[in-house]
Design a protein around this ligand. Structure first.
Ligand SMILES: NC(=O)c1ccc[n+]([C@@H]2O[C@H](COP(=O)([O-])OP(=O)(O)OC[C@H]3O[C@@H](n4cnc5c(N)ncnc54)[C@H](O)[C@@H]3O)[C@@H](O)[C@H]2O)c1
Length: 310
């Protein structure tokens, strides 16, 4: 590491961290932050275009070179995270290069936004595949490794940090495919946290907001860097400290939670929970339901608005 980082505390010292989609945007910021925090990093990126179309596989190599230029250690993976062999390859790359795996950051993905009425089946499949399957498969292969470690008597202290989104938590107009995938990731995080706890693995998710190629055009005004030299709240680097914390030993005991992260603000997001209820202790007749349903809706908390809804 450079002299600039040499004296800083290194909360991820000794850890081996896989970051998917780390060639650009948020993933790049996370990979660099982990390396500066002392981790050895597997920089994964398939190098696809904004809509997932095949692209040059150079971004992962570039970020690995940036890490090495700062004196850190990095290995490159150009595996497809949503492919079983690719997801297995992530774990293998960590073990082959660094002999261990401590943290998996699932972050890779792309968008194909359309109103539901215009959404092609291909655009549905591609977006659900890269985000939802692209979280499931790396978690499955990483967990198989950590289960084997536990069986061999070694404690893993491992961490998974998943990437949901405000769209997945509240819904977003024009992003039905993405919303469904990111909502699935939030729910999958809860299941993984409950299942992997027995192997000493903690699983949390972040819902970030930052200026990347994914957002800089659609939300140009909200994402712009300040011109007066003030805090650049939408810089992707602002999300990385939380991701490094959740991916490090310091977050012991924190699991199964979803955090929204934007600029300097961190919010604990709370999902579905039972609110107002009624029980007739017998089967309802359709004709008697209107009044009790309206009463329940009056009593229940109002839902948060869907992003982009009028
Ligand atoms: N930018 C935001 O404000 C925002 C908001 C909410 C959620 N997110 C989520 O954060 C994550 C990162 O997004 P970003 O804004 O940095 O976008 P980005 O496009 O800058 O980076 C995503 C990277 O993932 C890679 N990738 C895509 N498919 C892949 C695959 N199958 N295997 C491996 N790599 C693949 C791409 O090549 C790209 O480099 C995504 O999951 C995104 O949905 C971003």
């Amino acid at each position: 590491m450079s002299a600039q980082h040499a004296s800083a505390p290194r909360p991820a010292e000794g850890r081996v961290v896989v970051v998917t989609g780390a060639g650009r945007g948020l993933g790049r910021a996370h990979a660099l932050a982990f390396a500066r925090a002392g981790a050895r990093v597997v920089v994964n990126d398939l190098g696809v275009a904004l809509d997932g179309a095949t692209g040059a596989k150079t971004p992962a190599r570039q970020v690995a070179a940036e890490i090495r230029a700062e004196g850190g250690e990095a290995a490159v993976s150009t595996d497809d995270v949503a492919d079983s062999a690719g997801a297995a390859g992530l774990v293998r790359t960590a073990l082959d290069h660094f002999g261990r795996l401590d943290t998996l950051v699932n972050n890779a993905g792309f968008l194909r936004d359309r109103m539901l009425v215009n959404l092609d089946e291909d655009d549905w499949d591609a977006v659900v595949r890269v985000h939802l399957k692209g979280h499931f498969l790396p978690m499955k292969h990483a967990a198989a490794h950590w289960r084997a470690e536990t069986k061999a008597g070694r404690t893993s202290g491992a961490r998974v940090v998943n990437t949901s989104s405000g769209a997945g938590l509240l819904g977003a107009v024009g992003q039905g495919n993405y919303t469904a995938a990111k909502a699935g990731i939030a729910a999958l995080t809860l299941v993984a946290a409950a299942e992997f706890g027995r192997y000493g693995v903690q699983v949390n998710a972040v819902a970030p907001a930052a200026r990347t190629r994914m957002t800089e055009q659609t939300f140009a005004e909200d994402m712009a860097a300040p011109t007066d030299g003030g805090f650049d709240a939408m810089a992707p680097e602002n999300v990385s400290p939380l991701v490094v914390y959740l991916g490090s030993a310091a977050s012991a005991g924190v699991t199964g939670r979803v955090f929204e992260a934007e600029g300097g603000r961190i919010t604990v997001m709370d999902g579905w929970r039972r609110t107002a209820h009624t029980d007739k202790s017998a089967r309802w007749d359709v004709t008697e339901l209107d009044a009790p349903i309206r009463k329940l809706l009056d009593e229940a908390p109002a839902p948060e608005p869907v992003y982009g809804a009028q």
